[in-house]
Design a protein around this ligand. Sequence first.
Ligand code: C5P
Length: 229
Amino acid sequence: MKKVFVALDGMTAEEVKVFLTRYSDDIFCIKIGLELYLKEGRPFIKEIKDSFGKDIFLDLKLHDIPVTVAKSIASLSGLDLKFLTIHLSGGVQMLEAAAVAAKEHLPGCTLLGVSYLTSLGKNELHDIYNIDIDQMKTPMTKMALMAKQSGIGGMVLSAKELNHISDIKLVKVCPGIRLSSEIEKGQCQDQKRVVDPNTAFKDGADFLVMGRSITQSKNPEAVFKELDL
Ligand code: C5P
């Protein structure tokens, strides 16, 4: 079973349950994002965990001042989470406060620091961060070292940038994944720095996140087969 977290976006709580009932055996683990969490909250996370037993990646992408992020993490206490995301651009103090809070309140949960969203392309990276898309090594290395120093266990990044941080020991999780056939046809929706699953694993991803390639497919079974999940 390949290590792919299926992003349960664009579905109601009921649709999620139907989807998981049907495909649970084919799925490695699941990712729940802001969309579903804001609508259904903690009870839904617990229900899904109890009913299907899969590891849960809660993708809240927390980004605020240190005390607020730490207290928000404390508020998640009691949930059985494998991964929780925060933005690395919150800075070292925020990351350190988050790491302390997670250790105390979310045992067994690895914090993942989000680097540069995979939906950002050449122009956005330049306009927002003044980064040249062909020169990502320095900014990615800085982000990865900041995560490491602050006690954050992993990082979310485009698989295009895995090679820049191959020598830094962090759990590497890559969204922005599209099947080769989708990339060829330009079917990437709002994702810009996309990579296909095999290349991402070959280049060092520990886990992938895949949403619409699976959940909006007319034939999810065929996608699972192609992924050898
Ligand atoms: O449908 P798709 O495969 O593009 O979904 C990707 C998922 O990964 C979404 O839930 C999105 O919120 C999440 N994500 C991302 N880029 C990041 C972090 C998380 O696309 N940097």
